[in-house]
Design a protein around this ligand. Structure first.
Ligand code: DGL
Length: 266
C-alpha cells in the first residue's frame, strides 16, 4: 500500500463528517477510515484510557503506510494528541483549524463550545481561542448524550430535540453568535441544533475545518490504484450498523466495504 492514503480515525461514525468533506474538497484523495465502534464513546472515559486507545488507532492506521493521519475526533485531539508528538508522519487534530475559524466568524466575540466531557474538561478550545484573541468570551457545555443519539441514528427526532434544548438553553441565552460543534459526531445533529440556536448563530464544524486545512497545506495526493480500493473502512465491532448509517451519511453505498478488525492487537 502506498503512502498516498490519508488515515482518518474516530471512536465511531463521527469522523465521517471529516471524510465527507475530504471527499468533497479533494475527490482524488484515497482514505482509510477507522471507527472504533467497539469502544465508543471516548469522551466519557478517563485521560489514560483515551490516550491508550488513540495510540492503538494510530498504530493501526500506520500499519497501512498512510502518509498522514487525521484524528477526526475532538476528544482524541484535545486529550490525547498533546501527548503523542513523536510520530513519523503528520498527525492532524481538529482543534486548531476549528478554533481559528470560530474566531474569524464571531462578530460579537461570544463563542459557544460544545463537546464531549473529555474535550470540555480539557479546556483546549478555550486556550486556543484566547491565544488568538483574549477578548473573546467563551461558554462551554459537555453534551454526553449527543454521541449515543448519533450512533443510533437519532439525528432529528423528538428525543434529540428534547436533549438539545436541555443542553443548549444556557448557551443560547448567553447570546453567542458562533457555536463550535466540538465533537465530530455533532454535525450529524446540525439541522436540529441549528433550528434550536436560530439563524443568527453560525455553527463551526471540525470535520469541515480540518479538511479545508489539509487542502490548504497541500497534504493530499491523487489516487492511482484500483477505484475499489480508494475508500476503505474499518471498525472494531459489527459492520452492519456502520454500513447502514455511514452510507446514509456519506450518501454513497459502503455495504461490503467495511471490515471488522481487532483493535486490541495494535
Ligand atoms: N467524535 C468524537 C469526538 O469528536 C468522539 C465522541 C466520543 O466517542 O465520545 O469527540
Amino acid at each position: 500500500m502506498s503512502n498516498q492514503y490519508i488515515g482518518v480515525f474516530d471512536s465511531g461514525l463521527g469522523g465521517l463528517t471529516a471524510v465527507k468533506e475530504i471527499m468533497r474538497l479533494m475527490p482524488k484523495q484515497s482514505i482509510i477510515y477507522f471507527g472504533d465502534t467497539g469502544r465508543v464513546p471516548y469522551g466519557t472515559r478517563g485521560r489514560d484510557t483515551i490516550i491508550k486507545y488513540v495510540k492503538g488507532d494510530i498504530r493501526f492506521l500506520k500499519s497501512f503506510g498512510v502518509g498522514a493521519i487525521v484524528a477526526a475526533c475532538g476528544t482524541a485531539s484535545s486529550v490525547a494528541l498533546p501527548e503523542i508528538k513523536d510520530e513519523e508522519i503528520p498527525v492532524i487534530g481538529v482543534l486548531d483549524a476549528t478554533a481559528e475559524k470560530a474566531v474569524k466568524v464571531t462578530k460579537n466575540k461570544k463563542i459557544g463550545i460544545i463537546g464531549t466531557p473529555g474535550t470540555i474538561k480539557s479546556v483546549a478550545y478555550e486556550k486556543l481561542i484566547h491565544n488568538i484573541d483574549s477578548d473573546i468570551f467563551t461558554f462551554s457545555r459537555a453534551c454526553p448524550l449527543f454521541v449515543p443519539l448519533v450512533e443510533n441514528g437519532y439525528f432529528n427526532n423528538d428525543a434529540t430535540r428534547f436533549v438539545i434544548e436541555d443542553y443548549l438553553t444556557d448557551i443560547k441565552n448567553s447570546g453567542v453568535d458562533t457555536l463550535i460543534l466540538g465533537c465530530t459526531h455533532y454535525p450529524l445533529l446540525k439541522t436540529a441544533i441549528s433550528e434550536f440556536m436560530g439563524e443568527g448563530v453560525t455553527l463551526v464544524e471540525p470535520g469541515a475545518e480540518v479538511a479545508a486545512y489539509i487542502k490548504k497545506q497541500g497534504l493530499y495526493s491523487e489516487f492511482e490504484g484500483n477505484e475499489i480500493d480508494k475508500y476503505q473502512f474499518y471498525v472494531s465491532d459489527n459492520t452492519e450498523s456502520f454500513e447502514e448509517l455511514g452510507g446514509v451519511f456519506l450518501q454513497q453505498k459502503i455495504i461490503g466495504q467495511v471490515k471488522k478488525i481487532d483493535i486490541e492487537k495494535y
